[in-house]
Design a protein around this ligand. Structure first.
Ligand code: PMT
Length: 405
């Protein structure tokens, strides 16, 4: 009988186990992974060994279990595991582990491997509901997600403490489905050089004041991270934001519309896809003052403004096959305005946000959008996390790129 290749054959997983009562569920996950053909090496934290013995994982994985950074028989384990991994899974992840990863600490074997590796990291939290909802834990989760780490949300239900709440270990099916999609994610952007802009621009009024807008950069950064995961060579041009530059992405920081235009033009020729998610200022002060403007007892002042360069319009004029996507943030006449911008700026696609909708547009972690092209409606995307919207937009762009081939 022919042997059929298993779904995860050839995939190497570093499986980090943290010190939670849910550690026993890691055994079932390990079993599922090896059944699907994955080659799994387990790294246990010191506290995980209090809940369950390494021998169980060793027997099921067929490899010695790593518990110590300073193992004289395998003193390069951290680098070998980091370099060879297709995925690092941390399950269960405690509040302590999440906090240490978010701080970039490398004070044990698991955290050292994570810092040394470029492999995708999937974190499956398990903790008491009160801990999960603590603002410091949520801040750490946010920091990790902003740097591209996949973190599953715990489920609601009965907890080991006897309480009912958020914090319950996600179902085995939910975890397996994330693992499989991360390990088998199509590298469908491998042949693409994707240029993305994010964030606002700041236009100086004087040395201490500027004109800006409410863009946080989250939408553009989510797109950059999603494209990177799908194999794209990435260039991210970002206006001033509080976000951490995503690891492994060539990120260029700019302040003004003019600087953004120059940076984008520099990388335009070799780009195959351009996505302008930035909220570029349309006007800038005519003549920024060299010194701080004084109040001088005047009732009213007026500021002379002149238009900034329209980046997309200037790119379209030099287009040589790049797939061009713009965004439009609108407060009224969404479709009409977006359609007008699509044509005026010579775009292949436009993503229109109705920023009056709660949770959509500037600053939020979620967005809702209508995607249009020259033929009209492409997709109506309901409110969803910006990370999810980034994936859906890349799916739509991929379909168009395939049609052009
Ligand atoms: O950053 P977040 O907080 O996550 O918010 C995301 C977002 C709301 C900023 C994003 O989803 C979005 O809608 N970005 C476009 C914002 C906008 O106001 O665009 P616009 O309608 O001014 O411009 C239309 C398009 O032309 C945009 O792609 C813009 O980048 C581009 N443009 C605008 C002005 C200019 N001088 N040059 C340009 O190329």
């Amino acid at each position: 009988m022919p042997v059929t290749k298993k779904q995860l054959s050839g995939k190497r997983v570093v499986f980090g186990v943290g010190g939670s009562i849910a550690a026993y569920k890691a055994i079932l996950l390990l079993r599922r992974l090896t059944d699907l053909g994955a080659d799994v090496e387990v790294v246990m934290t010191t506290s995980a060994c209090e809940f369950i013995t390494p021998l169980t994982f060793q027997t099921l994985s067929g490899h010695p279990v790593h518990t110590n950074t300073f193992n004289p028989d395998d003193n390069m384990a951290h680098l070998r595991l980091a370099e060879n991994a297709d995925l690092i899974l941390v399950s269960p992840a405690t509040a302590n582990l999440i906090g240490r990863f978010a701080q970039g600490m490398a004070d044990d074997l698991l955290s050292t491997i994570i810092l040394a590796s470029h492999a995708p990291l999937l974190v499956v939290p398990a903790m008491d509901g009160g801990m999960w909802q603590h603002p410091l834990v949520q801040q750490n989760v946010k920091t990790l997600r902003e740097t591209g780490v996949e973190i599953l949300d715990p489920e609601f239900g009965s907890l080991a403490s006897g309480h009912i709440g958020w914090g319950r270990f996600p179902s085995e099916e939910a975890i397996m489905s994330s693992i499989i999609s991360l390990l088998t994610m199509p590298g469908d952007y491998h042949d693409e050089v994707v240029l993305i802009t994010a964030g606002p621009t700041h236009e100086a009024i004087d040395p201490v004041r500027y004109i800006a807008n409410r863009s946080s950069g989250k939408m553009g950064y989510a797109l950059a991270q999603a494209a990177q995961k799908r194999g794209a060579q990435m260039v991210l041009v970002t206006g001033p934001t509080s976000l951490t530059p995503p690891p492994g992405i060539h990120t260029i920081s700019v302040t003004t519309a003019e600087e953004m235009r120059d940076a984008v033009h520099k990388h335009f020729e070799r780009a195959t896809v351009v996505i302008m998610a930035a909220a570029v200022a349309d006007y800038r002060p005519d003549q920024p003052a060299k010194t701080k403007l004084k109040k001088q007892g005047r009732e009213q002042v007026s500021l002379a403004l002149s238009p900034t360069p329209d980046i997309l319009t200037s790119l379209s004029a030099q287009k040589s096959g790049q797939f061009m996507v713009g965004f439009a943030a609108e407060t009224e006449h969404l479709i009409e305005e977006a359609t007008r911008k699509l044509k005026a700026k010579g775009l292949d696609m436009i993503v229109a946000n109705d920023v009056t909708k709660p949770g959509a547009g500037f600053g939020s972690d979620t967005n809702a959008a209508v995607v249009l092209d020259a033929h009209g409606l492409v997709a109506d995307l309901p409110l969803m996390p910006k990370r999810e919207m980034a994936t859906k937009l890349l799916d739509l762009i991929r379909i168009r790129l395939n049609q052009q081939k």
